[in-house]
Each structure stands twice: as C-alpha cells, then as structure tokens.
Design a protein around this ligand. Sequence first.
Ligand code: SF4
Ligand code: SF4
Length: 348
Amino acid sequence: MTEEFTQSKLDRCISCGYCLPACPTYQLTGAEESSPRGRITLMRAVQEDRMPKQNLLAESSFCLGCRACEPVCPAGVEYGVLLEEMREMVWQGKNRPLLVRGLLALVKTRWRVRLIGLFSPTGRRRNANANLHLMLGCFERSLFPKVSRTLHQIAPEVSITRKQGCCGALHAHNGELKLGTEMAEKLGQDLNGTILTTAGGCAVHLTSVLGRDRVREFSEWWTSKSMTLRPIERDGVRLRVGFQDSCHLRNGLGIYKEPRTILKQIGDYIEIPNASGCCGAAGSYAILQKANSRKVIAPKVDAIRGLNLDYIATVNPGCTRQLAKELKRAGIKTKVVHISELISRAIS
Ligand code: SF4
Ligand code: SF4
C-alpha cells in the first residue's frame, strides 16, 4: 500500500451518498466518479495500488473544491483535506497547468506580492491596535484595492502594514500544500495577534494552519462590534440587496448568518436562490475550467435576472470577480461589491 492519503480520513466515508445532491459537479454530469463519494472511491483505489495515480487527474481538476459535501456528510468526512492531498499528489510536473505555475510563482514571496499591488493604492499604512492586523491579500490588493481602502475608513482600530505576503491558500489548493502551510505560518509571524481578512477562502486556510483564535473574517468581526447601521435608501425606498456565500467560509467555518445580519440592517434583503451554492469561481477554477465554471454559475445568473437587485454583496474576491463578469455578460445591471463597501455607505 502506497499511503498517499491520510488513511483515517479515507476510512471515515461510509459510502452513504448523502453528499451527492449537494455536489455541483455531480449535478452537472450525474456520474458517480464526479461525486464526492466517487472521488473518494478513486482515492481508495490509488491508496491500495489498484489504480495508477494519473487516473485521478481528471476528477481532481473537475472538482470545484467548494466543500459543499462536508456539512451534509453524517460521518464528518474532511473532503477538503483529501482534495488538497489529491492535488498535492497529482498536480506535479507537467500535470500542473502552466497558468497555475505562473500564479503560484507570482505570489510566492513577499516582494512579489507587494509588486502586484504597486499600482493599486490600498488602505494606507497605519499603526493602530498592535494585536489586530488587516490582511491585504495578494490578488485582492491588485483587483479590488478599494476593499482595503474602505476598511481603512470604517475600521480605525485596525493596523495596516505593507510588510506581508500571501497566506498560501492558492498554493494549498493547487498542489503545493507544504508551501501553502509555510506561507500561512510566515504571515502569522509577520502579523501579530488577530489577522482580519476580507477574503473567505484565505480565512479558512489561515485558520487551518494558525488556529481559529488567530483569524477573523470581516463580516464575522463586524457583527461582533454590534454597531447600528443606517439603511441605504433611494427616493425613500431601501435598496434591494442580495448576498453570495463564500463556499469555504460557509462550508469550512460555518459563517453565513453574519453577512445576512448586516445586510438586513442596510437594505431590503433578498435571498438569492441557492446563494449557498458555488458561483464557479473556486480559486483558479474559473480560469482553468472556464466552460464548467460557466455551467455552474448559469442557473444563478438566471435566478438573479428576475430579482431586480441593486447590489449583490460578497465576502471573497473570487466571487466578486466571477459574479461581476457573468452579470455583465448577461446584461444585468446589479452591482457586485464586497460587503464592507455597503457598510461604509450605511455609516457615512
Ligand atoms: S463523503 Fe460523507 S456523505 Fe458522502 S458518501 Fe462518504 S460518508 Fe456519505
Ligand atoms: S468539493 Fe464541491 S465539487 Fe468537489 S466533491 Fe465536494 S461538493 Fe463536489
């Protein structure tokens, strides 16, 4: 036996199939091998030397890594960990897509991450609470620098330093588990005390390495402040706001009530059908599996079309990018913003 996977984690699966209806890739194909249970069966076959590990490549790539299979599993299977192990095993050498290699190299060191954000002015450096630091993120600081600028404005107690790299989530999810863990540890050394992050995926990865006490996701943290917000209105009518969950945040840390609590104060909150379901962004998935990513989000876009929303709030940059791109393509006018940007309008 090769012992590539943690055996105790494989053993947990009792093959009950409760996870199948929750899995977006199983919903797309109806094929057993594209379900969580089917993928675990493939992992077992490799572990027991009944199948070459190369046969895992297709399913390790097709899986979104959304972890929707975890909360519904009665046996507590940690599918997300098994997927990281599977990609660590298979996504090596020429099996690792060129684009992923480029992305991982780009955010590997602190100076490269700083370079990414050089032309995107983020929240200004500030020494406030020495035990509460904002994580600027790697791609968020370049794609959505307004998020950290908003935090600078609405959360004066938070310290902001430029001397920070990437948390390593991208690496951990794309076949570089060991490096991803080391990067999170390094970030934990660079930022004392609590790390506040505006990205759901980063919150979950950092938590898995540094522990729950060291990490706060923004909506979770804001809710704990119990601050009253003023509704945002247009012509005396509350704006219509929806929300898209971050899969990792919801399925990995169980955070989904907090953003909704905030949005119900701010506007006329409308729950988007299947808001808890993956939007198809899934880290590098929207780039690597473009066609499947678009198939995953298509029913969501159709549902949003009929809701006449002014805003959709998100808690993860990948979701912001994916929804904004697909709504624009569909000609839907709804704006997609990080939840902090709506809060800033509700307190100004
Ligand atoms: S992963 Fe969980 S829900 Fe899915 S088949 Fe295995 S035990 Fe059942
Ligand atoms: S992580 Fe998502 S896509 Fe992958 S098996 Fe689980 S539910 Fe399906």
